[in-house]
Design a protein around this ligand. Structure first.
Ligand code: HEC
Length: 123
């Protein structure tokens, strides 16, 4: 493939997983007993399982994928993820969009490389 950043495909482990770890895990997986919307974003396998609405990824079809719809505002601003926080940046949203368009492949080979552990707070 003739070089150029645009020609490179989006990687789950390089682009998508870190964005989810930093912006989503706190509600979607950090506490396994209470996972928002029934969706864990911790691992590729969890993402593929989906949430209360069913699958959130339709490989090859980002517009029909709830994962994209919830971060780009298509589900309404009241449901835009991360809930109550600043929206993802345009480039972060475009990584998710392209990753799904390109088939939403796993390339972390099951390794939980991006585990964000928040420190426990003692009151
Ligand atoms: C502050 C907590 C919080 C954060 C952070 C957050 N979410 Fe959510 N999310 C929720 C809640 C609560 C729901 C269920 C209610 C709703 O749909 O608004 C939900 C629902 C969802 C759903 C629908 C799941 C289903 O099947 O019902 C998706 C997809 C989703 N979130 C994706 C994300 C993504 C991607 C991020 C990070 C960019 C993220 N969320 C960050 C709280 C959060």
């Amino acid at each position: 493939m003739a070089g150029g950043a645009a020609a490179q495909s989006v990687s789950y482990s390089r682009e998508v997983a870190p964005v989810l770890a930093m912006n989503c895990h706190s509600c979607h997986g950090a506490n396994p007993e209470s996972v928002a919307g029934g969706l864990s974003t911790r691992t590729w396998a969890d993402l593929k399982k989906g949430g209360n609405l069913g699958p959130v990824i339709v490989p090859g079809d980002p517009e029909r994928s709830a994962l994209l719809q919830f971060v780009n505002g298509d589900r309404g601003e009241a449901h835009r993820m991360p809930l109550g926080g600043p929206p993802l940046t345009a480039i972060q949203i475009s990584w998710i969009q392209r990753w799904i368009a390109e088939g939403a492949a796993e390339d972390s080979y099951g390794a939980a490389k991006y585990r964000l552990e928040l420190p426990s707070i003692t009151f």
